[in-house]
Design a protein around this ligand. Sequence first.
Ligand SMILES: [Mg+2]
Ligand SMILES: [Zn+2]
Length: 191
Amino acid sequence: MSHSAIFLDLNGTLVMPVQVSSPREYHLIEGSVEAVSLLNQAGFLCPVVTVQSRIEKGIYSEQSFLNWFRQLQDQLKASNATILGPYLCPHSSKTMCNCRKPQPTLYMQAAQECGINCKRSYVVGDTANDIRAGKAIGAKPCFVRTGWAARDIAQFGHEAAFIGDDILQVAQWIVHDAANSIASPVLLPER
Ligand SMILES: [Mg+2]
Ligand SMILES: [Zn+2]
């Protein structure tokens, strides 16, 4: 478990709008490619953890989502930005699945597959469930003010380690925070 990671939410964090009738409607939030590239350069893996309840609702298929995600990965790769995954919950809130945020299942799966130490990692998202998941896995949770943030920050903002205007601002903060944390080994007990 030697890698540090930034677990990224998708809707409202990397892409907008938060609700679509087809994945083709997603567009990248300004600064998100630069943010991922910056985090990669700082040595972080960037797994994407996403709930796509519209798959189970039948609005679009899991395959069409995965096809779109592969294209997104290629697009980012062309700008030296690498995202991993997707670590995907396709279920609606009516299904009692064990993968929906804020449960740690998908994060732990990513950690296992990629060799990630969650205690040296961060979670970035626009909802309270992203923040709760971050706390559940022992990572530092960060809010972005894009997506659903206006709804959740007022209520849950105090639970975040940092609140940024967008993913780029959060990425810049993380790079500094991680550098400071490494200089203080007391804050990073080895498991
Ligand atoms: Mg989101
Ligand atoms: Zn699920």
